[in-house]
Structure formats: C-alpha cells, structure tokens
Design a binder for this molecule. Structure first.
Ligand code: ZN
Length: 216
C-alpha cells in the first residue's frame, strides 16, 4: 500500500501542475491531441520515454512493449496492438517522426538470446522472436565476443529490425518515401546515461547526446 499511496501523492503533484495552477494545457488537450512524434519503447520500468525525453502531456504518442518491437505488417486474425497504434499515429494523427527507442540491459533481448527461450512462458518467446533476424546477425558476426557485447549488438540490431518492419506497412512506407514521415533508431545506454542514434550512412549507432562530463 505504501507504493499506492506514493502514486496518489504523485497524481496530486501532477494535478497541481496541470489543473490547479494553470489548466490551459489540458483544456486544449481535452479538445484533441496533436502529437507529431510516435515513440516505440520498451515496457521496461527504467526507460519511460516521457521521462527520458522531458516532454509534456500531448507531445508524444507512445507504444510500449517487451523489447520495443514492431512486428511486420500482417492482416491475419489476431490482436494487432502495435499495428493499431501505428495506424492511428500515422493515418489519423499524421505524426512526422517515428522513433524506435531501444536500450541497454534489455530483459526482452536477453530473453531472445536465452538458450532455452521456449521455457520462458507462453507469450514472451513468440513475441521476442520478431527480432530473430537480429539474433542471427549477431550470432553470425560476433560468435566469439563476450556476452555483454553480443547483447548490446543484439539490442541495437533489433532496433533496426523494427525499423525495417515499419517499412512493411504500405501506408507508412509511402509516407517515408514522400518525406512526410522520418524514421529514427535510438538507443539509450542506461549505464552511461547517453543517447545514441542509428546513422544509415555508416550503419552504426553514434552518439546523439554524450554522457555527462561531471556530476552536476
Ligand atoms: Zn527492454
């Protein structure tokens, strides 16, 4: 109950900021939301995109799931939660940027790499298998490297798998080709506290925001 009480205090702080002191933002947002960015992030408690990116309510449309994965376009039976959110963000909200935000120490990618993945449960194994191409690439190229390095490579390669899968959605592919939507592959390194971005020109993840030089 202690945690729950903390959440109520948290909501009161939020309420004070956005409703008691100045309610203009939510007065506007209650009419309609108009975010221009879709962020696809991991469900991991340490990588909340709103906190990481310092945004206000209404700024980003967010999809979170295990290992920040986008499945390929498919219309068969099933519950396509990511695809539905993507469709809404792209077709209705007309977002201009889609960011796939991967991260270090990802339990989902660890599950993907586990030798006994099928023993992980009913849903985790088939879900993380979306990033199978990333695992194959890392296994081919980095067999002899140590486990942390392979995990990092797999986390980053899985961001690229999601970016590739985004382009299998015909209406998104069309908008990317027209230049009305930009795709971004980002990677949050939680050990160093820095943000990297995939550069198609070099095929590597490069620093977007480096680590702090000194403690503030
Ligand atoms: Zn994760």
């Amino acid at each position: 109950m202690k945690d729950i009480a903390r959440f109520l205090s948290g909501f009161k702080i939020f309420q004070r900021t956005y409703f008691c002191e100045d309610n203009q933002l939510f007065s506007d947002l209650s009419q309609a939301q108009n975010p221009k960015v879709l962020v696809i992030a991991c469900s991991d408690s340490r990588v909340d995109p709103a906190i990481l990116l310092g945004v206000e309510p209404g700024d980003i449309f967010v999809v979170r799931n295990v290992a920040n994965l986008v499945p390929p376009y498919e219309t068969g039976p099933g519950h396509h939660g990511v695809s539905a959110a993507l469709e809404y963000a792209v077709k209705v909200l007309a977002v201009e940027h889609v960011i796939v935000l991967g991260h270090s120490c990802c339990g989902g990618i660890q599950a993907l790499m586990a030798p006994d993945r099928d023993g992980l449960g009913e849903f985790i194994a088939p879900w993380v298998a979306i990033a199978e191409p990333a695992l194959r690439e890392v296994s081919d190229k980095l067999t002899h490297k140590d486990a942390p390095l392979r995990q990092r490579a797999c986390e980053q390669a899985s961001v690229l798998v999601s970016l590739e899968n985004l382009l299998t959605f015909p209406w998104l592919w069309e908008r990317v080709m027209q230049g009305s939507v930009y795709l971004h592959g980002w990677y949050f390194d939680m050990r160093k506290g820095e943000l990297l971005s995939y550069l198609p020109e070099t095929g590597t993840f490069e620093l977007l925001v480096p680590r702090c030089e000194t403690k503030v």
